[in-house]
Design a protein around this ligand. Structure first.
Ligand code: NAD
Length: 419
C-alpha cells in the first residue's frame, strides 16, 4: 500500500477511473504533478538574526487553465502535503467547471511565533522565490490555513513591485481595497451551506438539525453562523485548544465572541455548555458533522464512533480512504471536499474575472452566482451517485475526471508547455 498522502489521494482517482472508460494516458498524466518548485526562504527577524523556512509551490495540472490554489503557512507543511492539496485543487476546479487547473503552495512555519513585520517579510520572500512560477495566466495563489487577506495583499504588492506594474489578478483573496472580491471571506462556508440547503430533502436535514463543527477558523465559524441563521442547532464545536458541547444548542454570537477573545472552550461553564475531550467530538449525537480543520481527522481509528448521518467536508481531506469505507458501510453520506468546500475557489474565480474586467460586482451577484454553481454541480453529482450507485465522493471524482479527460484529449498529444 502507498504510504504518502498523495498516494492516498490517488486511490480516489483510481477508484473513479474504474467506473469510467477513460484513456490510460489520462490517468498517467494525472498521477504526477507537472511541476513542484522548492525554495528556502531566508528572512531577517526582528532581533536582527536571520532565519530560514522551507517553502513549496506545486502546479499539479494546467490542462484546463492556469493553476489555482492557496498558500498554507503551517509547521507540519511538506512537499507531499502541498502536492496532494494541488491534486485536490485540480479536481475541485474541474468539479466546479472553473477555467483553472490545480496548484498549491506552503511554507513550513508556525506563523503564530512571528511578529507582524516578520510575517510580512516571509510573505514577500515567498513571492520573490516563486515570482517566475506564479502569474495571472500561469498560477494564481489564494489564502489557506493560517494565511489571510492581509498576507495576500502583501504578496500582490510584492509581485507588482517585481514586475513593475500592478497585476491584481495574480492573487485572489486580497483585501477589498486592493481588488479583493466582496463575499470572498465567507465563500467556502457559504458554498457548503448552499449545497446542504439544496440537498436538504435528500439528506434528511432541515430546520432543527443538530450540527457538530471541528475547527472554528474561517470555514468553521462562517458555517456555524450560516447554519444557525437557517434554524440549524450548533451543538458542539472545537478548535486547537479544546471542544465544547451543549445538547440544546450553543449561542453562535457568543461562540464567535469567545473565539475572537481566545478559544471556543472559554464558553464552557456558561449556561449548559460543557467542555468536551477533543476525541469525543466525533461521537457527539448530531445529524451533521462538519470537519473544518485539517486533513485525516476522521480515520480508521475513530470513524466507527461518528454518529452523524451526513458529513460536510469543509476541510480538505479530513476523511482518510479507510474511514471513507467505514462511513460508507454505516450509510453516512459524505459531501466531499472537492465539492463541499469549492465555494472558496469559485469566488476566487469571480475575483480573478473582476480584476481582469476592472469591475467590482455587487455582493448579491456574487451570492447568486455562487448559489447557482453549487446547486448545479451538487445536483449533477447527486444524480451520478444515485444512477451509478456510488458515494458522493466517487461521483464527484467521476464528474471531474470526465471534464479533465475531455480537456486532456482535446489538447492532443503535444500539450502546450509553458516554460
Ligand atoms: P483557519 O486557519 O481559519 O482555521 C482552522 C481552524 O482549525 C482553527 O480554528 C484551528 O484552531 C482549528 N484546528 C486546527 N487543528 C485542529 C484540531 N486538531 N482540532 C480541532 N480544531 C483544529 O483555516 P480555514 O481557512 O478555516 O481552513 C480550514 C480547512 O478548510 C482547511 O482544511 C482548508 O484547507 C480548508 N479550506 C479552506 C478554504 C478557505 O477559503 N478558507 C477553502 C477551501 C478549503
Amino acid at each position: 500500500m502507498r504510504q504518502t498522502m498523495l498516494g492516498h489521494a490517488l486511490t480516489r482517482l483510481e477508484q473513479a477511473a474504474r467506473h469510467l472508460e477513460i484513456d490510460g494516458e489520462v490517468i498517467e498524466k494525472l498521477k504526477y504533478p507537472r511541476e513542484t518548485v522548492k525554495a528556502r526562504l531566508m528572512i531577517r527577524m526582528d532581533d536582527g538574526s536571520r532565519k530560514s523556512f522551507m517553502a513549496w509551490r506545486c502546479r499539479y495540472d494546467d490542462t484546463r487553465g492556469p493553476t489555482k490554489g492557496g498558500i498554507r503557512f503551517h509547521p507540519s507543511a511538506s512537499m507531499d502535503e502541498t502536492e496532494t492539496l494541488a491534486f485536490w485543487m485540480t479536481f475541485k476546479c474541474a468539479v466546479m467547471n472553473l477555467p483553472f487547473g490545480g496548484g498549491k503552495g506552503a511554507v513550513k512555519v508556525d506563523p503564530r511565533t512571528l511578529s507582524k513585520a516578520e510575517l510580512e517579510r516571509l510573505s514577500r520572500a515567498y513571492v520573490q522565490a516563486f515570482a517566475q512560477t506564479i502569474g495571472p495566466d500561469r498560477d494564481i495563489p489564494a489564502p489557506d490555513v493560517y494565511t489571510n487577506a492581509m498576507v495576500m495583499g502583501w504578496m500582490a504588492d510584492e509581485y507588482a513591485s517585481i514586475i513593475g506594474r500592478s497585476a491584481p489578478s495574480v492573487i485572489t483573496g486580497k483585501p477589498i481595497a486592493l481588488g479583493g472580491s466582496l463575499g470572498r471571506d465567507d465563500a467556502t462556508a457559504r458554498g457548503g451551506f448552499y449545497l446542504v440547503r439544496h440537498l436538504e430533502k435528500e439528506l434528511g436535514l432541515g430546520e432543527g438539525a443538530r450540527v457538530a463543527i471541528q475547527g472554528f477558523g474561517n470555514a468553521g465559524a462562517h458555517i456555524a453562523r450560516l447554519l444557525d441563521s437557517a434554524g440549524y442547532s450548533i451543538v458542539a464545536v472545537s478548535d486547537t485548544r479544546g471542544a465544547i458541547h451543549a445538547p440544546g444548542g450553543i449561542d453562535v454570537a457568543a461562540l464567535i465572541e469567545a473565539k475572537r477573545r481566545g478559544a471556543v472552550r472559554d464558553l464552557a461553564g456558561k449556561g449548559d455548555v460543557r467542555a468536551l475531550d477533543d476525541d469525543a467530538l466525533i461521537g457527539i449525537d448530531c445529524d451533521l458533522f462538519v470537519p473544518a480543520a485539517l486533513e485525516d481527522m476522521i480515520h480508521a481509528g475513530n470513524a466507527e464512533a461518528l454518529r452523524a448521518r451526513v458529513v460536510l467536508e469543509l476541510a480538505n481531506g479530513p476523511v482518510t480512504p479507510e474511514a471513507d469505507a467505514i462511513l460508507g458501510e454505516k450509510g453516512v453520506v459524505v459531501l466531499p471536499d472537492i465539492l463541499a468546500n469549492a465555494g472558496g475557489v469559485t469566488v476566487s474565480w469571480f475575483e480573478w474575472v473582476q480584476n481582469r474586467q476592472g469591475m467590482s460586482w455587487p455582493l448579491t451577484e456574487i451570492h447568486a452566482r455562487l448559489k447557482a454553481s453549487m446547486e448545479a454541480e451538487g445536483a449533477a453529482i447527486w444524480r451520478v451517485a444515485q444512477e451509478r450507485g456510488v458515494s458522493m465522493r466517487g461521483a464527484a471524482y467521476m464528474h471531474a475526471l470526465l471534464r479533465l479527460a475531455e480537456a486532456i484529449e482535446a489538447h492532443g498529444t503535444q500539450q502546450f508547455f509553458m516554460s
